[in-house]
Design a protein around this ligand. Structure first.
Ligand code: NAD
Ligand code: MG
Length: 389
């Protein structure tokens, strides 16, 4: 039996992972499951999968979770320290499906313990890629990509020599507003930004898809994970969301990864890696699909992509500032404090301010520096939001 833990088990990615686990429950010994306020889901899954421990990141949810798991034999804990403690428990495979920079600490802790970490939590790579991957190297741990584009690149690279790679192309659906007139984007509401044309995902990443902040994060994630230069990474708008990424080689070949928009593919690939096993996803009928379309992204529509280029260029701690400012700006949009296009304005203002006065470059990417930058960027983003409001 393989021992596994799932961090962020109650979310969209976490539930897709548990669906795969449930289908072959006898193969897995579930150690830790974690979640947030959705304690009923967490308790139901912990009970059904006989987890050793269930953790909610919110201390105020502890008693509810405890009551729901009374008599189950599942240990219960709450809070961010409990989350990291759960990551110290020995497992063969852990999935980080927490949303936001909150995923960084459990991920780092798991890697310190040599755990193979399947990483859906792109924010930790954007915030502290070198720290995370350095930790994996130091402890002989493996990090596997779960973001669909990065899983696609990873699969296209099997057996290849990185020296032969000329470019890496990640695709984007274009999000909820791909057909809106650019002038109308300023009026986009929370409800309109919270629906995705092709993927069924958590609310935050769905809004990030509409603003293309998700693809901006993924550009940085590509640079960090595969160690390729920013100039080698491209974004293509591909409405059908069937080609997830392409890798271009020095002989002119492009290896494309094609599959249905179902996260269980990327999660399952990481779960069974290095093997490839049967997965319960739809098989594509390309004749029925008929045609696949590709367009260059429009900079005016998607200014977040330009910001990602800047972050990759500036490097250092600008990824930590970028991610934290984006998270705070997204909170502001969700809370109705700012408009849709203001999110990009806020992140730009934070990067301008912090790169000139607080020094994001030529600084060691240590945990303390990352956490300080994250805290400061959220404060600066709050200031920028008040100025806009
Ligand atoms: P979600 O909002 O559906 O779920 C997030 C999970 O994290 C929940 O279990 C929640 O309880 C937990 N969580 C939230 N805040 C937390 C905190 N402060 N501390 C600890 N746990 C916390 O999110 P999702 O859509 O499943 O996305 C999860 C991650 O995977 C994100 O990084 C996202 O960018 C990435 N991702 C998601 C998809 C997708 O299809 N949903 C695809 C690719 C990558
Ligand atoms: Mg993705």
């Amino acid at each position: 039996m393989r021992r596994i833990s799932v961090f962020g088990a109650t979310g969209s990615v976490g539930q897709s992972a548990l669906d795969l686990v449930r289908r072959d429950a006898g193969a897995y010994d579930v150690v830790a499951l974690t979640g947030g306020r959705n304690v009923r889901q967490l308790a139901d899954d912990a009970w059904a999968l006989k987890a050793d421990i269930a953790v909610t990141c919110y201390p105020e949810c502890h008693d509810d979770l405890k009551a729901l798991l009374d008599g189950s034999g599942v240990d219960v804990a709450a809070g961010t320290e409990a989350l990291s403690e759960a990551a110290t428990r020995p497992v063969d495979w852990a999935l980080s499906a927490i949303v936001g920079a909150a995923g960084l600490m459990p991920g780092l802790t798991a890697l310190e313990h040599g755990t193979t970490l399947a990483l859906a939590n792109k924010e930790s790579l954007v915030t502290a890629g070198p720290l995370l991957l350095g930790k994996a190297k130091a402890h002989g741990a493996t990090v596997l990509p779960v973001d669909s584009e990065h899983s696609a690149v990873f699969q296209a690279l099997v057996g290849e020599d990185m020296a032969a790679v000329e470019r890496v192309i990640i695709t984007a659906s274009g999000g909820a507003f791909r057909d809106w007139p650019v002038e109308k984007l300023a009026t986009a509401t929370l409800e309109q930004a919270s629906s995705h044309p092709n993927w069924d995902m958590g609310q935050r990443i769905t809004i990030d898809s509409a603003s293309m902040f998700n693809k901006a994060m993924e550009l940085i994630e590509t640079k960090e994970f595969f160690g390729v230069s920013p100039a080698m990474i491209e974004v293509l708008v591909h409405r059908e969301s069937l080609v997830h990424a392409l890798v271009g080689f020095n002989d002119g070949a492009l290896m494309a990864h094609v599959g249905p928009p179902d996260m269980r593919h990327a999660i399952g690939y990481a779960l069974h890696w290095p093997e490839r096993k049967e997965l319960p996803v739809d098989r594509l009928d390309l004749a029925a699909v008929g045609s696949l379309t590709f367009e260059s992204p429009d900079d005016a529509r998607y200014p977040a992509l330009r910001l990602a280029r800047r972050v990759m260029e500036e490097s250092g701690l600008s990824g930590a500032a970028f991610n934290a400012a984006k998270e705070r700006a997204l909170d502001g949009f969700i809370a109705g404090e700012i408009g849709f296009l203001d999110m990009c304005r806020v992140v730009t203002a934070v990067l301008d301010k912090m790169s000139s006065s607080d020094g994001l470059q030529n600084v060691e990417i240590s945990l303390d520096n990352v956490l300080d930058t994250d805290r400061l960027a959220r404060i600066r983003a709050g200031e920028a939001i008040s100025q806009l409001g």
